[in-house]
Design a binder for this molecule. Sequence first.
Ligand SMILES: [Cu+2]
Length: 261
Amino acid sequence: MALPAQSAFAATINATIVKGATNLADKAYSPNPINAAQGDTVTWTNADTAAHTVTQGNPSEGQVEGGFDSGIMGPNKTFSHTFDEEGNFAYYCLLHPTMVGTVLVGEGGGGDNGNGGENGNGDGATKETEVETEYDGQTYTIKSKSENAHVIDATINPSESVGVDFEGSGPVELTLPRSMIENITMVSTDEGEIEFQEVNSTATDTTISFTLPEGQTFAEITGTKVVPEFGVIAALVLAASLVAMVGIARFKGSSLGFGRF
Ligand SMILES: [Cu+2]
């Protein structure tokens, strides 16, 4: 495992809420992810004409209590937060919860924000990362081991699948708790099903390996058993909320569609 690169001086990293961010999902904040070193400050500028927020948390679990939160940022407004601890910090927009981003603080931070040059990970070293996802009060840890495809976020789609977001693509070993998903049957990216292999299985975890094709940073893992166990009820609730969303979209007469929600 690579050792975390320590910066001698804390840096300020500029990020942007891009124009048209409302409909840009994980492209709404740029760069995404933001790579920072411990102690760095990230300053977001709202370059859009609409108001947005930079709020720690994610759309499925909501705002992190005591986490960073810009409040409502009008056009050209800025928000800064200093990251004193290592870790992966998901954030989103409270006004448009499909807008999501991640700040990666720690290993190899600082230099890999699209200004050229991989920093820290270009030596072919395998790195282990993990994220926690919460469902119904339970926390599940998902681990990745890869050269370039590092897990940064995971979302449980109750009774169906687990969606996993990566920084980068390529071969990856992914370890998932059996309490979250069992009997993995399929792995797919946004472009369809990909091959996977089960490489290890313990009493508590399953490890699978697959290769994320170039440019693909999302995998949906489907299993025959995904939390919660009372799948039918969850499916009904999901169906009900879908109906509600369709209703709202019709009411607004939206021509934008609703993409991923
Ligand atoms: Cu927004």
